[in-house]
Design a binder for this molecule. Structure first.
Ligand SMILES: [Zn+2]
Length: 83
């Protein structure tokens, strides 16, 4: 199940592991969020409470792949590019 849809942005409030601030995090792909303060990407980790972790190389590759899949799906749906 995809979290990202056109015209809908999933945001959460949490503590960013990069800038250590309480900040607004924007979903980029499922379970991964981007800090609106420092722009770094984090992984949501749920274990009783919700934490946000820094990404390792595997996470980065996963995000890259997910983004590409999303873009391909959008192109197929729309048949045209917006912007
Ligand atoms: Zn941050």
């Amino acid at each position: 199940m995809k979290q990202i849809k056109i015209g809908y942005i999933d945001t959460v409030h949490g503590e960013c592991p990069h800038c250590n601030e309480e900040t607004l995090l924007v979903a980029i792909v499922t379970d991964f969020y981007k800090c609106t303060l420092c722009g770094e990407e984090t992984r949501q980790y749920v274990n009783g409470s919700i934490k946000y972790l820094k990404l390792d190389d595997r996470d980065k590759k996963f995000i890259q792949r997910e983004k590409e899949i999303d873009e391909e799906e959008l192109k197929e749906k729309d048949g045209k590019k917006e912007r």
